[in-house]
Design a protein around this ligand. Structure first.
Ligand SMILES: Nc1ncnc2c1ncn2[C@@H]1O[C@H](COP(=O)(O)OP(=O)(O)OP(=O)(O)O)[C@@H](O)[C@H]1O
Ligand SMILES: [Mg+2]
Length: 193
């Protein structure tokens, strides 16, 4: 599989990957090497210019973007409850599940605050909680620890490990060497020659 944007050079070529459940993959490489692009290809909304992606047993893809974006006036807990509601759960159940996930990410105290008032790191953790609330088989996360202090970053990394052990495929684009070391497999888009 390979990809280049119109007029651009090959971001990657001859890339062959088989992603398996219960594994956390770190996606590394310098800025501009194509990490976010590869996540977009894995998510299915960028078509690679060479080769193809085969999705087997993937019903739900969760995606956490590099820049968190939510609905400014909506509360944090509503952001997480929405995918649970969408999966067909009752409103009270969705709220309880959302509060449980917020707790996992240290966000209980800001549950009822509007998205616009959250810090960058809180917003990022909220987006992760929201992605997980949709029970994805494949979770794609772009730079989850970039805006976090070391303690919060370690919490996120540990959560991603726990999710993969439940059976998820987790792919994390990251520059953070501690996050990278906690992953099972490293996919490096720009190997040192
Ligand atoms: N839609 C697009 N059209 C044209 N070029 C694009 C498009 N999206 C990304 N690019 C270019 O492709 C290259 C790879 O971008 P990408 O966002 O995948 O890099 P990245 O590895 O995620 O970088 P960073 O670490 O800065 O997030 C960059 O040079 C970028 O400018
Ligand atoms: Mg990127």
């Amino acid at each position: 599989m390979g990809h280049h944007f119109p007029g651009g050079h090959d971001l990657f070529s001859d890339l062959t990957l088989a992603l398996v459940p219960k594994t956390v993959y770190a996606l590394t490489g310098p800025s501009g090497s194509g990490k976010s692009t590869l996540l977009g290809i894995m998510a299915g909304w960028i078509t690679p210019t060479a080769g193809a992606v085969v999705r087997d047993g993937i019903q739900q893809v969760g995606r956490v973007f590099q820049n968190p974006h939510g609905t400014p006036g909506r509360t944090a807990v509503d952001h997480v409850a929405l995918p649970v509601l969408a999966a067909g759960h009752h409103r009270d159940e969705a709220h309880d599940e959302a509060m449980r996930l917020l707790g996992d990410f240290g966000l209980t105290s800001i549950a009822d605050n509007p998205f616009r008032s959250l810090s960058g790191g809180e917003a990022q953790r909220l987006m992760l909680a929201r992605a997980i609330a949709g029970s994805p088989d494949l979770l794609l996360v772009d730079e989850p620890t970039a805006q976090l202090d070391p303690h919060a970053a370690a919490t996120i990394t540990a959560s991603l490990g726990a999710l993969s052990r439940e059976g998820m495929i987790v792919v994390v684009a990251t520059h953070d060497h501690r996050a990278r070391e906690a992953c099972d497999v490293v996919i490096d888009l720009a190997p040192v020659p």
